[in-house]
Ligand binder design. Structure first.
Ligand code: HEM
Length: 185
């Protein structure tokens, strides 16, 4: 298999299912806006930490489509629309990111996660949350197009055979860092 995006999908299937289960568990505990804000804060800490570590490499590489990679801003919008202040967070413990390849591999987790967002939004609506869902709603109709675009960029990276395992491991650890946070907060 040479398509790096497909490799990541296959190799992270199990950890995706695990994190999905944990997120669903958390959603089941959302009964009011305060609990929803806590869930958003967890997503914020994860997205903001990975974005801050990754974006400098994307900027350095003059990488296109940057706006998509600042999803944490949408979380701030949602929190503020519920009357919260912009949160100060301590960065999440996550694997080191020190190249464009590592940065895009880490961003794979965030961009992929946005695909699950609309499902999360529906679950939250069923639990009575009817506002401030823009982050989870994601890119709407453009979602799949943006995702295919991102996959294409990922596949254009000149990744050598001997680099793949390390990058797969990094992606798994990025998933795990979120899983750990969701379970401990
Ligand atoms: C209730 C929670 C979630 C649900 C229901 C969900 C659902 C989905 C679905 C349906 C897709 C596939 C979309 C498609 O290809 O048509 C997807 C992809 C993906 N999700 Fe989730 N997701 C959830 C949470 C998460 C979280 C929390 C993360 C990351 C921390 C994540 C990471 C990913 C990634 C990386 C992909 C891309 C897989 C690929 O390479 O095709 N998801 N998700």
């Amino acid at each position: 298999m040479n398509n790096f995006a497909d490799i990541l999908k296959k190799e992270t299937l199990a950890i995706h299912q695990q994190v999905e289960k944990t997120v669903i568990q958390r959603i089941k505990n959302v009964n009011n806006l305060d609990a929803y804000k806590m869930l958003l804060l967890d997503f914020y800490r994860f997205y903001k930490s990975i974005e801050d570590a990754s974006l400098p490499y994307l900027e350095e590489g003059n990488y296109p489509h940057k706006p998509n990679y600042q999803r944490s801003r949408k979380i701030i919008d949602d929190l503020m629309s519920m009357g919260s202040e912009a949160p100060a967070i301590s960065p999440l413990k996550h694997p080191d990111i020190s190249s464009l390849k590592e940065a895009l591999s880490a961003i794979y987790v965030l961009e992929g996660s946005a695909l699950g967002g609309p499902y999360i939004a529906k679950m939250l609506e069923k639990r009575g949350i009817d506002q401030s869902l823009s982050f989870f709603m994601g890119d709407g109709e453009k979602g799949m197009e943006n995702w295919q675009d991102f996959r294409r960029h990922l596949n254009e990276l000149p990744i050598q055979e001997n680099e793949k395992q390390e990058l797969i491991q990094l992606v798994k650890e990025v998933f795990l860092s979120f899983e750990n946070q969701l379970k401990t907060s």
